[in-house]
Design a protein around this ligand. Structure first.
Ligand code: 5GP
Length: 191
């Protein structure tokens, strides 16, 4: 059977990643999506088991202790992680799975699955635009925005360890580029 592929998509907060992933999944319904666990409270419209598995900090820490996470990281003061229970069956079935995870998680996935992962970093066209998007989104309080924004230079510096960096200017172009790199990876059995 064909081996599964983990397509990691990372970007700074406000980098348009959620929209890109939504459009990618619309165009390629065969792609699976890795639902992470988090201690962050749900945003308006988010559903448990669809967007995230929302856990208390105690529940999350118990899962860490029980070795249930393939990777986990603290991002903006909350815990986020990918569970074995969710990901491993999909990988074994040879699926192509999209992971919306931060750069720590992405680089850990690359270490764990060097042959079966493809790391895509979405770079904002400019830092100013990123700030405007984050501000306009209106989902975070000002203190949250400042917290998210302070991480951006470090995140962008980590992009050089990713397999592909795409400047996310145009939604259609970005999504098509991601589809192209996935297809190339599969065709050539590597990057
Ligand atoms: P948000 O709170 O905006 O949904 O996500 C915040 C950050 O956490 C984003 O960069 C997102 O990619 C990252 N994230 C979401 N799930 C996971 C996960 O399972 N593992 C890691 N390492 N990061 C995650």
């Amino acid at each position: 059977m064909q081996r599964g592929l983990l397509v990691v998509i990372s970007s700074p907060s406000g980098g348009g990643k959620t929209t890109v992933i939504q459009e990618l999944r619309r165009k390629c319904p065969e792609l699976k999506y890795s639902i992470s666990a988090t201690t962050r409270p749900p945003r308006k419209g988010e559903k448990n088991g669809r967007d995230y598995f929302f856990l208390t900090e105690a529940e999350f820490r118990n899962k860490i202790a029980a070795g249930e996470f393939i990777e986990w990281a603290e991002v903006h003061g909350y815990l986020y992680g990918t569970t074995r229970q969710y990901l491993e069956p999909l990988l074994q079935q040879g699926e192509t799975i999209v992971l919306d995870i931060d750069v720590i998680g992405g680089l850990n996935i690359k270490k764990l699955y060097p042959q079966d992962s493809l790391l895509v970093f979405l770079k904002p066209p400019s830092v100013k635009e990123l700030f405007t998007r984050l501000w306009k989104r209106g989902t975070e309080a000002t203190t949250e925005i400042v917290k998210r924004f302070s991480r951006v230079p470090w995140e962008i510096a980590k992009a050089k360890e990713y397999d592909v960096v795409i400047v996310n200017k145009d939604l259609t172009k970005t999504v098509n580029k991601i589809i192209e790199v996935i297809q190339n990876y599969k065709k050539h059995g590597g990057r």
